[in-house]
Design a protein around this ligand. Structure first.
Ligand SMILES: [Zn+2]
Ligand SMILES: [Zn+2]
Length: 431
């Protein structure tokens, strides 16, 4: 949001010279709210209103501009008429201005100047609190979202005619596909990317003080902002470098995934559930979201790939899902002989995959791709060692407990031995 008064004033000027007076009015209003006692904002507003044939309002703004510049030259931007000329034009547009009217106007202007000066002396560098200047009978609360009781943010109007913040509506639709107010079915809104109501957004910007919208924007951003904790999807063990397709249907995970995608971070933690009181095990894998497909019923299909492993340091909760402060895991340097062990295990793994029934093998490769080739260079390539080992682990029949233990170890040798043993066990069962 542009907040430099000088730039806003220059923009007003440019818009005037381009005959884009309606846009200039929006900018002038912003300027007026940011710096209430600067004569420029009122001058530009007066110009716009005069051209919009609203002489009474134009006059109040222009008179304010002159009064606020007391002791200095009134604003007179290049190529624009001076305020006095404009005031005369405004008076000319008015059919009549009675003495009572004039007195009221003068009183109002002197009060307004006192108010604006008081406001500006109080304002800090943060948010300027300007009381709304809404038409009579309309209050700021009329623009509140009924779901969050704050000013509508990215307003969306449903086919049944009700308006909510886009994010608030999403959270309702996570639970049931009906309008939160009138219960009308809203299935069509689930899969489509809905449009923000442009007209309503413009009205909000025009009628509400910039400061109110600014603080609403701040709170909306805070809601989305990535906290220090990683959101945790509790479901299964995911492996580094291995695809982890997910069908997202639970309301809390719909919210988690949406936040991840909307903030552009596209990373969350995946961890297996635990029977203890903690909700999930101590180690997990960060997942990198590659693709997100919203289904007509509001659920979604997620294509994600495992990234780094993590250990949980602290746990928390946010809007129903778990979060965690994590440290990333990294393999320790391997001892001598690991290269030979790795080579042996890789060949054994390859033989096992080759011996699978064709349809089972096709199924594995459809879900996880082909077995990754041996990376060139060092075997103990940190932080996670060779990719083919994780690929084998993803398809080997391991108990959930063993899976977690293998994910947690930072010894490549231990991981390879676990694979080796499991392959031997499979071989024994076959014989
Ligand atoms: Zn809302
Ligand atoms: Zn409705």
């Amino acid at each position: 949001m542009e907040t430099s008064p000088l730039l806003l004033s220059l923009r007003c000027h440019a818009l005037h010279l381009l005959d884009r007076h309606r846009e200039a009015l929006v900018v002038a209003d912003k300027l007026r709210h940011i710096l209430p006692s600067w004569s420029r904002g009122h001058y530009w507003r007066g110009c716009c209103l005069l051209l919009a044939c609203r002489p009474q309002e134009a006059l109040t703004s222009l008179l304010l501009a002159v009064a606020l510049s007391a002791g200095q030259a009134p604003p007179n931007p290049a190529g624009m008429p001076c305020p006095h000329t404009l005031i005369q034009a405004g008076l000319g547009q008015l059919c009549s201005l009675s003495e009572v009217h004039l007195q009221l106007l003068v009183n109002w202007i002197s009060k307004e100047i006192t108010r604006l000066k008081r406001l500006e002396s109080k304002s800090s560098n943060e948010i300027l609190v300007v009381p709304p200047s809404l038409p009579p009978g309309i209050e700021e609360a009329d623009f509140d979202c009924i779901l969050c009781s704050r000013i509508l943010w990215k307003p969306v109007t449903t086919p049944c005619g009700h308006t909510f913040c886009s994010g608030c509506l999403d959270r309702c639709l996570d639970h049931t596909a009906t309008c939160p107010l009138c219960m009308a079915p809203l299935h069509d809104l689930l899969s489509s990317s809905r449009c923000i109501s442009v007209a309503l957004k413009a009205i909000l910007e025009l009628m509400l003080p910039a400061s109110s919208l600014y603080s609403r924007e701040l709170s909306a951003r805070a809601e989305l902002a990535a906290p220090a904790h990683v959101p945790v999807f509790v479901c299964t063990v995911a492996w580094p470098g291995v695809p982890c397709p997910l069908y997202v249907f639970e309301p809390r995970y719909r919210l988690l995934v949406r936040r991840c995608v909307e903030t552009g971070g596209r990373v969350f933690g995946m961890a297996a559930g635990s029977e203890g009181g903690h909700g999930f095990v101590d180690v997990g894998t960060l997942l990198d979201v590659r693709d997100w497909l919203r289904l007509p019923d509001g659920c979604s299909l997620l294509t994600a790939v495992g990234a780094r492993r993590f250990r949980v340091i602290a746990r928390a909760e946010r809007d129903g899902y778990f979060t965690a402060r994590v440290e990333l895991l990294r393999d320790r340097p391997s001892g001598p002989g690991v290269k030979e062990l790795a080579e042996k295990v890789r060949c054994k793994g390859q033989r096992w995959v080759a011996s699978m029934p064709p349809n089972a093998r096709a199924e594995v490769e459809r879900a996880f791709g082909h077995m990754p080739a041996q990376e060139s260079g060092d075997y103990c390539c940190p932080p996670d060692g060779p990719a083919w080992a994780w690929w084998l682990l993803a398809i080997l029949p391991l108990s959930p407990r063993l899976q977690v233990a293998i994910l947690a170890t930072t010894s490549l040798e231990k991981r390879l031995r676990a694979i080796d043993k499991t392959l031997d066990r499979i071989q024994c069962c076959r014989v």
